[in-house]
Design a protein around this ligand. Structure first.
Ligand SMILES: Cc1ncc(COP(=O)(O)O)c(C=O)c1O
Length: 417
């Protein structure tokens, strides 16, 4: 049986997959089962921050696997403790507590549950709990029942109603739409500071500040989904700090790049005091409130610890900004009509395309047409919506690798005139 046959016969067809079987990788490059090499600027959709099979990550996994892979969260394990301490002290740099999950959707479910706890602790005037989480159009928060309901895209939710109640979707970056948006039942805002899947849209500083003002006025939680944008990709360990560094959120979620390829996610809650008794926000999630069998096990934490250390020690967020500037300068110099704009921050970049210039087969999108053409030239990139493709190289990508990718992109995009 070929891999294609195995997938066709035995794997659920939940993805529109590219006909490409990847078998090995090193740094920014992957190989397929025919031995062809590609420059990988998808990186598992912003997951492999250090590239494929980085020696430091491989060694960490090997050593921890030989020592202790898994213990229950009924007990303590050293890597989880060190991971939380370093994240808190070196990356988040605000007092708070961390819960480890296995994915981004789960991390967001944790934030949604925390918001509901807060709504019980600080109810409506009539005594009923507050529960409504306001999210934004074109957002993507995951595929679980909770994170799917939080996602502001009808196509993700289609056929799964009734959805988990308690979400409302406002236009992203639209300050005027925030007026009168908060109801008696509202308890939190949840948003990506830089929307990824929805087409790569950066929240404006003024928009984030308007949310902060509403949170203060109505006693709401401000929660950032940094699953795709966090941990160096946008030029700062914390993506919102690349936009509005003074903001102090109440909750944050991550996954993807924090593990460099091992399945790990996390959410954080602030230690800020929320009532006269001195109770903190994070303490609302006390014993019995949440759990995960695998979350934060020694294997994934030992691995992710080295990923985050490498990002800090090599200052890879600075490389993300350096490469962003090189990419922007080069693309601007082309003046190609098919490119509408370059959006994003650091190495979470979206290249907007003019659909009328790209002949696209029925049932496909201009972005997919371009993505497929780039793949045949040896560059792998993911789409972001119908008219944008993303550049998500590893954070340690070199000038030469960026130049090689840009040459391929130029070659393909110059054919659409
Ligand atoms: C911003 C954001 N949040 C949440 C998720 C869901 O993460 P996961 O696929 O790990 O559940 C994603 C995945 O693309 C994401 O980009």
């Amino acid at each position: 049986m070929t891999t294609t046959e195995n997938f066709n016969d035995h794997v659920m067809a939940t993805y529109g997959r590219f006909p490409l079987t990847l078998v090995s990788g090193r740094g920014a490059r992957v190989r397929d089962d025919a031995g062809r090499e590609y420059l990988d600027f998808c990186m598992g959709i912003a997951v492999c921050s250090l590239g494929h099979c980085h020696p430091r990550l491989v060694t960490a996994i090997q050593q921890q696997a030989a020592k202790l892979m898994h213990v229950s969260n009924l007990y303590l394990n050293e890597p989880q403790g060190v991971m939380a301490q370093e994240m808190n002290q070196l990356d988040i740099r605000l007092p708070g507590k961390i819960f480890f999950s296995n994915s981004g959707a789960e991390a967001n479910d944790g934030l949604i549950k925390s918001a509901r706890r807060y709504g019980h602790h600080k109810p409506q005037a009539n005594g009923r709990p507050r529960f409504e989480v306001i999210t934004f159009q074109q957002s993507f928060h995951g595929r679980t029942l909770g994170s799917m309901a939080a996602t502001g895209q009808a196509k993700i939710q289609q056929g799964f109603d009734p959805l988990l109640p308690g979400f409302r979707y406002l236009p992203f970056n639209d300050i005027s739409a925030l007026e009168n948006a908060v109801s008696e039942e509202t308890v939190a805002f949840l948003l990506e500071p830089i929307q990824g899947e929805g087409g790569v849209h950066v929240a404006s500083k003024a928009f984030l500040e308007a949310l902060v003002a509403l949170c203060e006025k109505h006693d709401l939680l401000l929660m950032f989904d940094e699953v795709q944008a966090g941990f160096g990709r946008c030029g700062q360990a914390m993506a919102w700090r690349a936009i509005a560094p003074e903001i102090q959120p109440d909750g944050i979620s991550w996954a993807k790049g924090m593990g460099g390829g091992v399945p790990i996610g996390a959410f954080w809650l602030s230690d800020r005091v929320i009532d006269d008794s001195g109770k903190t926000l994070a303490s609302l999630m006390g014993p019995g409130s949440h759990g995960s069998t695998y979350g934060g096990n020694p294997l994934v934490c030992a691995a992710a610890l080295e990923v985050l250390r490498e990002i800090r020690e090599k200052n890879l967020s600075a490389n993300a900004l350096h490469q962003e500037q090189r990419i922007r300068t080069e693309i601007a110099s082309w003046s190609l009509p098919v490119i509408t704009e370059v959006r994003g921050l650091g190495l979470l970049l979206g290249i907007g395309l003019r659909p009328d210039l790209i002949p696209t087969p029925e049932g496909s999108t201009p972005a997919l047409t371009v993505v497929n053409a780039l793949m045949t030239e040896g560059l792998i990139v993911p789409p972001a919506g119908p008219e944008t493709f993303r550049l998500l190289p590893p954070l340690n990508v070199t000038d030469a690798e960026i130049d090689e990718a840009l040459a391929i992109i130029h070659r393909i995009l110059s054919t659409y005139a």
